[in-house]
Unconditional design. Structure first.
Ligand SMILES: [Zn+2]
Length: 343
């Protein structure tokens, strides 16, 4: 069976019991869920009960053991620090502009406790509590947020942050220290109340397509270690997702301490298992566009079985999509992956 316990066993690198199923879950899926019902992000979250209902129903319909509260709402955290959002026709809301205009010294005027005055952060946390009350016993309830490096890009400007890694490293360090504290502030009440089982950190800006392994090592890694170590010390599992090709930094990713690394379809699963096997659970990596978006249930099932053949042996593997689901994917394609885990 595809259960909460089967996912926890995978995190703990246990060999799955002989149920005939490989652990499988939806990854993220927030944009897909919101757009499927033709809803708007603000309008939906405005009533946390409505939002919680939507994601509980979708999770049950998909028979997914993990529910990602806040998936698609990643920019609401930097917005709570003084940024503004602009809606996107299909995708999630984007930052209208970076918060920092000139220098990281502007962060001195910001206090991480600012987010406590933001109604959207309160609503996101409330939704997590509601989901947890309803299905927390049978499902892994996770909240998603951007990891320190990506959150720094949203605040500092992604291109400006990249340039600063070469020219102004102190600016980057200062921003990363700040974003790590912001994340702790965001998660703290949920951890104290034991409202969540897992924290999901998405780090798209740490992708191999955007920064080198050396930059990841010099800037991203230490803050991932700090936030992941802190989250684990508070009793939750940690799920790290990095987009794009991360094959050149898998050894570094093992050092983050994350319970699970969710990798993109660009990474060869056999190689990932060689490096991460016995250290970190791997989740992946059916190509979201090629199979979920452009494919059929049969091609999704075939791609899923290929992932299983490459990486499920010995445990420590969860079948899922290689990145978040595109907004207009057909339900039957997602269901095909969920079913393929038990064939
Ligand atoms: Zn991704």
């Amino acid at each position: 069976m595809n259960t909460k316990q089967s996912i926890i066993d995978a995190f703990k690198l246990k060999t799955p019991e002989t149920s005939g199923c490989v652990p499988v879950t939806i990854f993220g899926g927030g944009v897909w869920m919101v757009r499927r019902l033709k809803r708007e992000f603000d309008e939906l979250l405005d009533d946390p009960q409505d939002y919680a209902r939507l994601i509980v129903d979708a999770t049950k319909e998909l028979e997914s053991p993990i529910v990602y509260v806040g998936s698609g709402y990643g920019n609401y955290l930097p917005a709570a620090l003084g940024g503004t959002l602009k809606p996107h026709e299909l995708g999630p809301p984007e930052m209208r502009a970076p918060i920092i205009k000139g220098s990281a010294d502007e962060l001195d005027a910001l206090d991480v406790e600012m987010i406590e005055n933001d109604p959207w952060i309160a609503k996101l946390r409330e939704a997590a509590r509601l989901v947890s009350n309803e299905i927390g016993k049978t499902h892994i309830v996770a909240t998603t947020a951007y990891a320190p490096f990506t959150l720094a890009g949203q605040i500092y400007g992604v291109e400006e942050l990249m340039r600063a890694t070469m020219r102004k490293p102190a600016e980057v360090e200062k921003t990363l220290q700040f974003t790590t504290q912001v994340l702790k502030q965001f998660y703290r009440p949920l951890l104290q109340e034991k409202a969540i089982t897992m924290a999901c950190l998405a780090d798209p800006t740490a992708s191999g397509d955007l920064i080198s392994a050396r930059t990841f090592k010099n800037f991203g890694l230490a803050y991932l270690q700090e936030i992941i170590g802190w989250l684990k010390s508070q009793g939750v599992f940690t799920w790290l997702h990095i987009c794009g090709d991360t094959a050149d930094r898998l050894e570094l990713i093992a050092q983050t301490g994350a319970d699970c690394f969710s990798l993109d379809y660009k990474v060869n699963l056999v190689k990932a298992k060689e490096v991460l096997g016995g250290k970190t659970c791997i989740a992946g990596n059916v190509d979201p566009v090629k199979y979920f978006f452009n494919g059929t249930p049969d091609s999704v099932a075939e791609a899923s079985r290929k992932c299983i053949a490459e990486a499920a042996g010995g445990g420590g593997f969860i079948l899922t999509s290689g990145c978040d689901l595109p907004p207009t994917v057909k339900l039957e394609n997602i269901q095909a992956m969920m079913k393929a885990a038990c064939l």
